[in-house]
Design a protein around this ligand. Structure first.
Ligand code: G3P
Ligand code: CA
Length: 242
């Protein structure tokens, strides 16, 4: 089976990250799936943004968690990008699912609950996935391994990915401890041997964040099951030519 191409925060190499603009661009570039980051607003809505603060990617400032959804929607989500995307806003997870639930698109939902208090984030995400009947097309990943275990307790059918920066010497042992189905391995930790050993332990291996043409070729050569890239169009072109 061909490895899957996941667009990291959408086609974020070319469009403002974690916006609908970036997700639609990923679909146009034939990504199999999109990766996005989820956390809670002040009024406990699931919002799609990477940082715990607004400053780097939006026209707002301060903690995401201190703002209601209505407040968050006032900010532009294209800071640092071209003003062509002045209409880009912080999406909700619901908005993303609503837009793509009827397409074949896959999702990696990364829970951003490592640094700030995100009560019941796991429950709320599972609820939203179920509402749109997307369990089979969704992977939940997190650097917070306890959170992945919580997901499995809530829904044993939900695929989870152990996301790490590493190095972890025998990552399959950690995956087993936290009941994860996948390893999301940083590019500098990827090797053909790691992929082989992980497969022996029935783990799916995705590489992140695989951006240059050389890294994309190398990751495919190592036998990854998928890669997470800011440039899904580039990865698709390389895969087609193989
Ligand atoms: O899924 C891999 C990647 O998204 C994890 O790192 O910081 O880009 O969310 P980050
Ligand atoms: Ca992420």
């Amino acid at each position: 089976m061909n490895p899957l191409i996941y667009a990291h925060r959408g086609a974020s190499g070319l469009f403002p990250e974690n916006t609908m603009e970036s997700f639609y661009a990923a679909v146009r570039r034939r990504a199999d799936g999109i990766e996005l980051d989820v956390q809670l607003s002040r009024d406990d809505k699931l919002v799609v943004i990477h940082d715990h603060t607004l400053d780097r990617t939006t026209t707002g400032s301060g903690l995401v968690r201190r703002h209601t959804l209505q407040e968050l929607r006032q900010f532009r989500a294209d800071r640092g990008s071209s003003s062509r995307y002045s209409r880009a806003r912080i999406p909700t997870l619901r908005e993303v699912f609503h837009a793509f639930a009827d397409t074949p698109l896959h999702f990696i939902i990364e829970l951003k609950n490592f640094l700030s208090d995100q009560p019941h984030l796991e429950e709320l995400v599972i609820e939203q996935i179920r509402r749109y009947h997307l369990t089979d097309r969704t992977i939940i990943s997190s650097f917070n391994f306890d959170s992945l275990l919580r997901i499995k307790q809530l829904d044993p059918a939900q695929t989870t990915g152990l996301l790490y920066v590493g190095p972890i010497p025998r990552p399959w042992e950690v995956a087993k401890r936290y009941a994860a189905d996948q390893l999301h391995v940083p590019m500098d930790q990827l090797s053909a041997q790691l992929v082989k050993d992980s497969h022996k332990h029935d783990l799916t291996v995705l590489g992140w964040t695989v951006n240059s043409s050389k890294d994309i070729q190398d990751a495919f050569d190592m036998g990854v099951d998928g890669l997470i890239t800011n440039y899904p169009g580039r990865a698709r072109k390389i895969l087609r030519a193989r």
